[in-house]
Design a protein around this ligand. Structure first.
Ligand code: PXP
Length: 246
């Protein structure tokens, strides 16, 4: 029997709209609860160093009322590590972060930062939190992630999503397939995300060694027209159909 596939919904851009006016709405916590009811298996909030969208109180409020699981996306800084240890989300997803970027632009360099990341994984493990490392589909990065004790990786699907022709798209898909299979064979739980949309998600959902897809921008954009529950249901339907039927 095929493994199920899970959807993690990233609600950062609900907070982006709120922060545009500095008020209290729309509330990413309300959106997260709606997404859960519509079938999201988890919720991601990225607490950025510059607090450009999600605020500390969003994490604090959601952590106590979630019925699925909170994935706290964060840079590997002391401030964020302390936040995670205090809030105790189900997962943390570690990403590289620079103030200038529009969104998370590349995977982590686990090889160059292995000693710091090893300590982080161990501190999270001791606190009962699963650490996911957001990396490009690269065997050396995967091998190092497994060696330093990360239980989970998230493969960066940005190069696949941004491909402008079929040749490049298929080449990126093949890289993701073999990276996912390799990571799975090393005992890692394999998630993926970035740039996934209604029209490109199914090829990724077909990769059976992938456990969860984390999707934000396209869902929040679609929600402007259809409402978030409808957007979440449609994305989940596409993912589940792709997993069950090929
Ligand atoms: N996964 C990670 C690690 C991310 O940084 C992001 C972007 O915030 C996503 C998934 C979701 O990407 P998108 O908003 O393009 O769906």
């Amino acid at each position: 029997m095929k493994q199920p596939i899970f959807l993690g919904v990233n609600v950062d851009h609900v907070a982006t709209v709120r922060q545009a006016r500095g008020g209290i709405f729309p509330d990413p916590v309300h959106a997260a609860l709606q997404a859960e009811i519509a079938g999201a298996d988890g919720i991601t909030m990225h607490l950025r160093e510059d607090r450009r969208h999600i605020q500390d109180h969003d994490i604090e409020r959601f952590a106590v009322c979630t019925q699925s699981k909170l994935n706290l996306e964060m840079a590997a800084t002391e401030e964020m590590i302390n936040m995670a240890l205090r809030i105790k989300p189900h997962d943390v997803c570690i990403v590289p972060e620079s103030r200038e970027e529009l969104t998370t632009e590349g995977g982590l360099d686990v090889i160059a930062n292995q000693s710091r990341l090893k300590d982080l994984c161990s501190a999270m493990h001791d606190a009962g939190i699963f650490t996911s490392l957001f990396i490009d589909p690269d065997e050396a990065q995967i091998e190092t992630s497994a060696r330093i004790g990360a239980p989970v990786i998230e493969l960066h699907t940005g190069a696949y999503a941004e491909s402008t022709n079929d040749t490049d798209r298929l080449a990126e898909l093949a890289k993701l397939q073999s990276a996912a299979d390799f990571a799975y064979s090393m005992g890692l739980l394999v998630n993926a995300g970035h740039g996934l949309q209604f029209n490109n998600v199914q090829r990724i959902a077909e990769i059976e060694t992938i456990n969860e897809l984390n999707i934000g921008h396209s869902l929040i954009a679609r929600a402007m027209y259809t409402g978030l529950p409808e957007a979440v249901k449609e994305m989940k339907r596409l993912m589940v159909e792709a997993r069950i039927w090929p």
